[in-house]
Design a protein around this ligand. Structure first.
Ligand code: AMP
Length: 220
C-alpha cells in the first residue's frame, strides 16, 4: 500500500503517520525528518537545505525529488507512507513519473486540515529539546520543570522555523505551493482515492476514520 499524507502545518500528521505505520507496517518517509538528519550530519544536501528551512520556505524541488525518489527505491513491497512530500505540484508529477517507471502508483491520499488560528497557536507555543528531539508546548504540553527537557535535562529551544514570522511564511508557502497539490490529486488524478479529513477533531476520531479507509485497501 502506498499512502500520501498531505496536511496543513500542525494537523497532527506525525501522530497519524505513527498510527498508520504501527498498524500496517509501512515504511515512514518524512521529507522534513530526512532533511533534519542531513543537516545534523552536515551533508552537502543538509547545508543547501538549511537557509530555506530556517526561513519557512521550501527546499528546491530538484533536491527534494532526488532525495525522496532515492528513499522510495529502498522500500519493500510492504509499501510506504509519504509525509511532507509532495509539497508542490511539480513534486507530485515527478513522484508519479518515478512510480510509473516502476509499475507502481499512489493508492490513497489523505489530506488533514486544521484552521489557521490553531496552526499559529500550536507552532508559536512549541518548544523542542535540541538533544533528544522531544516536543513540548508552553500551554498544552508543559515539561515538569519550565524550559527543561524531562528526558535529558537539556534547555528547551524554539526551533528557528517555529518563530512567529517564520510561521506566517510557512502558511503563505502552504497556500501558494502545497494547497495546489490537494487540487492536483482531487481534480487531475481521479483514479487515486482521496479524502479530506477535519483534523480539528480528536486525534482518536481522525485515526478511526483513517483506519476505516486503509483497512478496505488492505483487504482488497
Ligand atoms: P516539515 O518537518 O515537514 O514541516 O519540514 C520542515 C521544512 O523542511 C519545511 O519547512 C521545508 O523547508 C523543508 N521541506 C520538507 N519537506 C519538503 C518538501 N517536500 N519540499 C520542499 N521543502 C521541504
Amino acid at each position: 500500500m502506498r499512502v500520501v499524507l498531505l496536511a496543513t502545518p500542525e494537523a497532527g500528521k506525525g501522530t497519524q503517520c505513527k498510527n498508520i505505520v504501527d498498524r500496517y507496517g509501512l515504511v515512514h518517509l518524512s521529507s522534513g525528518d530526512i532533511l533534519r538528519r542531513q543537516r545534523a550530519e552536515s551533508t552537502d544536501l543538509g547545508e543547501k537545505a538549511q537557509t530555506y528551512m530556517d526561513s519557512g520556505a521550501l527546499v528546491p524541488d530538484g533536491l527534494i525529488v532526488e532525495m525522496m525518489v532515492s528513499a522510495i527505491s529502498k522500500t519493500t513491497d510492504a509499501g510506504f507512507i509519504l509525509d511532507g512530500f509532495p509539497r508542490t505540484v511539480n513534486q507530485a508529477v515527478e513522484l508519479d513519473k518515478a512510480l510509473t517507471g516502476n509499475s507502481q502508483k499512489v493508492d490513497i491520499v489523505l489530506n488533514l486540515e486544521v484552521g489557521e488560528d490553531v496552526i499559529i497557536d500550536r507552532i508559536s507555543g512549541r518548544r523542542s529539546c535540541p538533544q533528544c528531539g522531544a516536543v513540548y508546548h508552553i500551554e498544552n504540553l508543559k515539561p515538569k520543570v519550565e524550559g527543561i527537557c524531562d528526558n535529558d535535562g537539556a534547555r528547551l529551544i524554539q526551533r528557528p522555523d517555529d518563530s512567529s514570522d517564520v510561521v506566517r511564511n510557512r502558511l503563505k508557502t502552504y497556500h501558494q505551493q502545497t494547497k495546489p497539490v490537494v487540487d492536483y490529486y482531487k481534480n487531475c488524478r481521479s483514479e487515486i482515492e482521496f479524502y479530506d479529513i477535519d483534523a480539528n477533531e480528536a486525534a482518536g476520531k481522525v485515526k478511526a476514520f483513517i483506519f476505516e479507509k486503509l483497512d478496505v485497501l488492505v483487504s482488497v
